[in-house]
Design a protein around this ligand. Structure first.
Ligand SMILES: NC(=O)c1ccc[n+]([C@@H]2O[C@H](COP(=O)([O-])OP(=O)(O)OC[C@H]3O[C@@H](n4cnc5c(N)ncnc54)[C@H](O)[C@@H]3O)[C@@H](O)[C@H]2O)c1
Ligand SMILES: [Zn+2]
Length: 357
């Protein structure tokens, strides 16, 4: 192991972790490819690419697209495919996706379909993409207003992770990604949850350790159930109610970031777990305290809740009109495919709103 480079296997491919980008890039054999294309968005072009420009193969070529979920579309893919075609990228070309989950999902999708598939590397630059989106092989784009509607499963040659990029990430994006770290502890590692509770400031968190821990948990779960037929659903803790809130808030004056919505979803699904006797009062008390410490000002109106709940029925993960949720069976253990009624979800969210009164 050169220079304490950390390597975790995910989807049979290496995830390399190191703060130093030179060490990180040395772990990958760039020379094995005919040409390297680097996909950036308007933000990662400014904040991330300058650190890599001199490290990457000298003849690499940049492809830049607009930032944000609104651009995770077929139009942007068409532009990326056109740029690859114009540059005569052959089947041995490599696409390096330098960005958050939007670029990773979309760039991976473009690579996996260009000339029936060229190699790609994920270099995630948001916390959310480092601990979640870049592992597990799900790629795709939004279509006709539906999130991740068109896509496929395919695996990168490698994932290169440096917490260095988090320094320029807006604080709300950092906090949003942190919700997935909390989730991984709650569903799979009670001891890590204990350790996490010692922290109360985002600025002083041991990112390398936390990211490596989350990547290991996600990789282990995905290895056991790559196509989400069973166990992988534990990763949806907080997401049944969270997704509905996120979708509802999309059109409100105060949209919620994904992790902010998931944090409320975890509170509510934790509450349901307590009501069902799966989670003790004491354990739920810990969840409540931590989530309200990290996510103190989430305003939910009663009107918003009423509008959000029916949206749970449209969740891709439900089978036949029954809402299926993942609940906590004690801290560090999750159970999936638990039928959840709208009334239970409503009661949980009303309890959440009552906290703020
Ligand atoms: N494939 C999966 O398994 C999976 C899992 C979770 C989420 N996702 C997808 O991930 C996407 C969300 O990802 P995200 O939260 O990373 O959003 P994102 O990619 O839109 O990034 C958030 C914002 O931060 C900017 N940014 C990125 N890195 C930066 C940096 N280092 N410094 C400053 N700004 C930076 C981006 O340009 C963007 O404006 C969604 O489309 C979601 O569907 C996929
Ligand atoms: Zn999520």
């Amino acid at each position: 192991m050169a220079n304490n480079l950390l390597t975790i296997s995910a989807d049979g491919r290496p995830v390399y972790l190191h703060e130093d980008l030179t060490v990180l890039c040395q772990a990958f054999d760039w020379a094995a490819y005919s040409r390297c294309f680097v996909l950036v968005d308007t933000h990662t072009a400014t904040h991330c690419y300058p650190f890599l420009r001199e490290i990457l193969p000298a003849d690499h070529q940049l492809i830049s697209v607009q930032a944000g979920e609104l651009h995770k579309t077929l139009d942007t893919c068409q532009y990326i495919w056109q740029r690859l075609t114009a540059a005569k990228a052959d089947r041995r070309a490599l696409l390096l996706n330098l960005g958050g989950g939007v670029l990773g999902d979309m760039g991976g999708f473009c690579a996996a379909t260009y000339k029936r598939g060229i190699a790609f590397v994920q270099m995630p630059t948001t916390l959310l993409s480092q601990v979640d989106a870049s592992v597990g092989g799900k790629l795709g784009i939004d279509f006709d207003g539906l999130k991740n509607h068109i896509g496929l499963f395919a695996h990168p040659e490698a994932v290169l992770v440096s917490p260095l990029f988090l320094k320029t990430l807006p604080a709300n994006e950092l906090r949003s990604g942190f919700a997935e770290i909390i989730k991984h502890c709650l569903i799979a590692d009670a001891a890590a949850w204990e350790r996490l509770q010692a922290h109360t400031e985002l600025g002083t968190l041991p990112w390398m350790e936390l990211i490596a821990h989350s990547v290991r948990i996600k990789a282990e779960v995905v290895a056991q159930d790559p196509r989400e037929q069973g166990l992988r659903k534990i990763l949806n803790f907080g997401h049944t109610i969270g997704h509905a809130l996120e979708t509802q808030a999309l059109h409100s004056p105060q949209p919620l970031l994904h992790g902010e919505a998931v944090a409320i979803g975890m509170w509510a699904e934790g509450f349901v777990s307590k009501q069902r006797g799966l989670l003790s009062e004491e354990a739920f008390g810990q969840v409540d305290q931590a989530l309200r410490c990290w996510y103190p000002s989430q305003q939910l109106s009663e009107e918003g809740i009423r509008q959000a709940l029916p949206l749970m029925l449209h969740d891709k993960k439900n089978s036949r009109q029954t809402i299926m949720a993942t609940l906590l069976d004690g801290i560090g253990k999750a159970i999936y495919d638990q039928p959840l009624t709208i009334e239970e979800a409503q009661q949980a969210l009303e309890a959440y709103v009552a906290l703020g009164k």
